[in-house]
Structures are given as structure tokens and as C-alpha cells.
Design a protein around this ligand. Sequence first.
Ligand SMILES: Cc1cc2nc3c(=O)[nH]c(=O)nc-3n(C[C@H](O)[C@H](O)[C@H](O)COP(=O)(O)O)c2cc1C
Length: 77
Amino acid sequence: MTPVYWGSYAPEIETAIKDLDFTYKIIRIVTTHEGSGLANVVADIKKICKGANILNDSIAIKGTDCINARSKIENWI
Ligand SMILES: Cc1cc2nc3c(=O)[nH]c(=O)nc-3n(C[C@H](O)[C@H](O)[C@H](O)COP(=O)(O)O)c2cc1C
């Protein structure tokens, strides 16, 4: 999960995962945003998580709607 910053994932995400091995790993992406939706997050995560299987079910939740997003997240899980 990442907030959308400048159309992509938060820089902290890259710091946290840059040295990890994603071979055989499955990634499901959730973004929070204020209008950009998923923006370039899926494409940019694909670039840094080489070997990962990034599922095609990413979801984007507007930051101000997060407080009401429980059922959306539960259905997605
Ligand atoms: C530096 C910065 C850049 C941002 N860039 C975008 C953006 O490109 N598109 C967008 O929809 N929201 C953008 N936002 C809004 C964030 O996505 C929003 O604040 C976040 O999803 C809510 O999480 P937070 O409470 O952790 O900030 C930006 C926010 C910050 C602080």
C-alpha cells in the first residue's frame, strides 16, 4: 500500500523494498490518492519489483474516503 506522491509510489516504498528478492512473490497494490487513482504506481512497481507476480486487481482509494473504505477493502481481500 502506498499513497500516490507525484504520480507514483511514495519514495519510502523504494527505500523499504529496493534490496528485496521478489522472485515468486505475489504483489497486490493499494493506493491512496487525492485524484490520481493508481496513477503510474503499477507500472513503476513493476520496474522495481523484478520477478514479482503483480496481480491485475489493484485498487485506489481517495484519501478522504478511507474512513468509509472498510467494506471495499474487505471485498477486495
Ligand atoms: C508530496 C505529495 C505528493 C502528492 N502527489 C499526489 C499525486 O500526484 N496525485 C494524487 O492523487 N495525490 C497526491 N498526493 C496526495 C496523497 O496521495 C494523499 O495525501 C495520500 O494518499 C493520503 O495519505 P497520507 O495521509 O499518508 O498523506 C500527494 C501528497 C503529497 C504529500
